[in-house]
Design a protein. Structure first.
Length: 402
């Protein structure tokens, strides 16, 4: 029986590694799953590493839920539905192994939720639990279509934020590129001419000469520093404490902080609404929804508050203690608890916050764009002054000599 070396993660994201004796890779994943571990990669001791499937994107999850939900709703059995999808023309080669594995697991007698769980981190915990609830209640098609809508709206929200930030990013890259080209290729030609004149240069021109010489002749200093900063940033982002502090800081940034609060609140509201409406207990819904917010600082607070809910506190009471959600969320949950329509109120709130985030993103872009244009104009203006002032001085000298 082979001995496998594995790397795995728990549902809360904790990474673990070790060795385990198993008959096959499938048995390995089954035994680790029983321990609450999900394999990210494995290898037979002394052999090559085998990578498991990566997480599906929101677009891929939307496609999966919509296709399977539509076929199940039309009376097609799950196994046949997966078989049709995996054999269709044009299926992405990266996704096909996921459907192949699902099909093989279903043929072996597993339920859809069990087959999805066996895929490790490919399918989010939230979707697996929703499918379980749908299987128990006999509402698989409705659950899948609801999750299709959920992931579709999540992708739209993320796309709006990314699109709003694309222009500032592109403009920032252009600014950096212009500065590098000016100071390394264009300006040195002028500076050599000015230095040959033997006259005192203006202070602003001296500063630019210094910057130009540093960029062209001292590249062996700043290039390693830049690479070191990039590598250091990536290493820091693997540190849980640093990520926690960074996520907390995001909420404090003027203009950006309030926007992110709205986005986090929309994600949380929509997730917990979908879970609760599918019959998943409120405490478990809170725990799952915490992991979908996208901010570890908020996630940690929600997980801590779950203990209070287990102790008898209402959600509306504890949610006010979370630093990172809009205050409107607690008021909405309170109304939902009093009327017995918590899932409907949360869904309505999520739609409302989606609209607000769209508006806030537009306002943020409207602020960033002119600021960056002003920065670019100032930089170009300084370059022009640094070049033209000595040039006019040179003309004056020539005129006086004539």
């Amino acid at each position: 029986m082979p001995i496998y070396q594995y790397n795995a993660v728990t549902l809360d994201g904790t990474k673990k590694s070790g060795t385990l004796e198993a008959d096959s890779p499938q048995k390995l994943t089954e035994r680790l799953r029983d321990q609450g571990l999900y394999v990210s990669d494995y290898r037979i001791k002394g052999g090559a590493k085998t990578q498991t499937q990566s997480k599906l994107s929101a677009v891929e999850l939307t496609d999966f839920c919509r296709q399977v939900g539509t076929m199940v709703g039309s009376g097609v059995v799950i196994v046949r539905s997966i078989d049709i999808i995996r054999n269709r023309d044009g299926i992405d080669k990266k996704i096909k192994p996921v459907y192949d594995n699902l099909y093989n697991s279903l043929k072996a007698g597993l339920s859809l939720s069990e087959a999805m769980e066996e895929q490790g981190r490919t399918f989010p915990r939230m979707l697996v639990n929703m499918i379980k609830a749908g299987e128990a209640s006999g509402t698989m098609d409705q659950t899948l279509m609801r999750m299709s809508e959920h992931y579709d709206k999540e992708e739209r929200l993320n796309s709006r934020v990314k699109s709003a930030l694309n222009y500032p990013k592109i403009l920032g890259v252009i600014i950096v590129a212009v500065i590098i080209i000016l100071f390394t290729f264009v300006l040195p030609q002028f500076f050599e001419m000015y230095e040959g004149m033997g006259e005192e240069l203006p202070t602003i021109t001296k500063i630019m000469v210094g910057i130009s010489k540093f960029l062209t002749k001292k590249w062996f200093i700043y290039v390693p520093v830049i690479i070191g900063l990039i590598v250091g940033w990536k290493i820091l982002n693997q540190n849980a404490e640093f990520v926690l502090r960074k996520d907390a800081l995001i909420l404090r940034i003027p203009k950006i902080g309030p926007l992110m609060r709205i986005i986090y609140t929309a994600r949380f509201s929509r997730t917990i609404s979908s879970l609760y409406a599918s019959g998943i207990p409120l405490v478990e819904s809170l725990s799952i929804a915490a992991g979908t917010v996208g901010n570890t600082y908020i996630e940690k607070q929600v997980i801590e508050l779950v203990k209070e809910v287990k102790g008898g506190a209402t959600v509306s009471e504890v949610i006010t203690k979370v630093d990172g959600f809009d205050s409107k969320l607690a008021a909405t949950i309170l109304i939902g608890e009093e009327t017995g329509k918590l899932d409907e109120m949360l869904l309505s709130t999520a739609d409302s916050f989606d609209y607000e985030s769209d508006q806030a993103t537009g306002r943020l872009t409207a602020i960033i764009e002119p600021v960056m244009l002003v920065v670019m104009a100032c930089l170009v203006g300084m370059v022009m002054i640094g070049v033209m002032v000595p040039m006019y001085g040179m003309y004056d000298t020539i005129g006086a000599s004539v």
